[in-house]
Write a protein that binds this ligand. Structure first.
Ligand SMILES: NC(=O)c1ccc[n+]([C@@H]2O[C@H](COP(=O)([O-])OP(=O)(O)OC[C@H]3O[C@@H](n4cnc5c(N)ncnc54)[C@H](OP(=O)(O)O)[C@@H]3O)[C@@H](O)[C@H]2O)c1
Length: 360
């Protein structure tokens, strides 16, 4: 939750959260922490064995084990049809109501030198990181924004639906009436970027554009949602976020390190490594503060401030601080780019074009 003075902009207690990539790493830890805050959770990934282990771990964290519900769906989210199936299954499991929050967390990286990368790998990166986000967003936003008369978020909690089923609904009538007068809590869609969404460097050509596109998707949808906020005033507002994780020791990182060249590793030296649980905690704290773009480390925040453009700044004071930081960072980035260019040029002179150290 935010500070005791600020409102929690991301309440999850009694709400239903769907997380792609929820069987491992950041997605799994986010799922567990949201369960600890009272959410009903659905995790999505391809491998059924990991999903079962994952959902057991997530459900152990439930704040109210008698009330909260947990589900897992095996699907490849690089397919639009599979994303539509996932959303349909989630709606059915959730007693006919769509999830309130969808976090597109699945993804992968293949950092290698551009001309040494097989062409299909560029497509794979866009599918894994960008199109998976597009397809999941399209599937869930279509349900949230197009079927508004048949699906309403105020009935979206399975606990509430269960109350209707067992006849206790009348007792809740008074509080429900006052609920109806209040605006329903916002729905959220969260995308997952990376440091390289803001600043790329040697070796990240196959991966960085897919994560930069994710940031651009979040920016575009965040603006587009204003249309629905006014045209559908009785529907929950849709808030769009992008989270930018720091480097985490996960399966994804092992996979990317297997193909990463020595020159790219040298450029990354000094990178801050965050445990996925801590990264999830920082991401959720940023969402609770109401941030649209959520950096999870100081260095990501600094670099982000230099390329914020028209992004919503997250309140007056944070906006002022980020604007000043952005001015400073724009100057610092000139020297960072110069230093990295010098390092890469020296590497080429000493080791040749493979990106690997000569004496290995
Ligand atoms: N680790 C880092 O250092 C780092 C840094 C910056 C950004 N990120 C980003 O943060 C996110 C989470 O990364 P992570 O390191 O936590 O990953 P991870 O531990 O490797 O987990 C990836 C998750 O995504 C699922 N997944 C992958 N491809 C999928 C597909 N096509 N369909 C459905 N599920 C799929 C995996 O399960 P299955 O394989 O069973 O499908 C797994 O649950 C990713 O978007 C990643 O790009 C990571």
């Amino acid at each position: 939750m935010g500070s005791f003075l600020s409102k929690n902009e991301f309440p999850v207690d009694g709400r239903t959260v769907l997380i792609t990539g929820g069987s491992k790493g950041l997605g799994l830890n986010a799922a567990r922490q949201l369960a600890e805050k009272g959410a009903h959770v659905i995790i999505v990934a391809r491998d059924a064995g990991h999903l079962q282990q994952g959902i057991a771990f997530v459900s152990k964290g439930a704040r109210s084990p008698d009330v909260q519900r947990f589900h897992h769906i095996s699907a490849d989210v690089t397919s639009a049809a599979e994303c539509a199936r996932v959303v349909a299954e989630a709606v059915e499991w959730n007693h006919g109501s769509p999830p309130d929050i969808v976090w597109c967390c699945s993804g992968s990286a293949h950092p290698s030198l551009f001309v040494d990368t097989p062409l299909p790998q560029f497509q794979t990166m866009m599918d894994s990181n960008y199109f998976s986000s597009v397809y999941m967003a399209h599937a869930v936003l279509s349900v949230w924004l197009k079927n508004t008369s048949s699906l309403s978020s105020s009935s979206s909690s399975p606990a509430k639906t269960a109350a209707i089923d067992d006849g206790t609904e009348e007792k809740q009538h008074d509080s429900a009436a006052s609920d109806a007068e209040a605006k329903p809590p916002a729905r959220h869609i969260i995308f997952t970027g990376s440091f390289v969404s803001f600043y790329s460097f040697t070796g990240f050509a196959p991966y960085a554009p897919s994560k930069a596109a994710v940031r651009s998707l979040a920016d575009s949808l965040s603006q587009e949602m204003n249309l629905y906020a006014t045209a559908l005033p009785h529907e929950p507002r849709v808030r769009v976020h992008a989270v930018f994780p720091a480097t985490m020791p996960t399966q994804s990182l092992d996979d990317e390190n297997a193909v990463k060249t020595d020159v790219t590793k040298a450029l990354e030296e000094g990178d801050q490594i965050l445990d996925p649980a801590e990264c999830a905690r920082r991401a959720i704290a940023g969402l609770e503060r109401g941030l649209e773009l959520v950096p999870t480390s100081a260095i990501i925040r600094l670099v982000m401030t230099s390329v914020l453009g028209g992004t919503i700044r997250g309140g007056f004071w944070r906006g002022c601080v980020d604007t000043v930081l952005g001015w400073l960072t724009m100057v610092v980035m000139v020297f960072i780019r110069w230093e990295m260019d010098v390092k890469v040029a020296r590497w080429g002179r000493e080791n040749g074009v493979s990106g690997m150290k000569k004496d290995r």
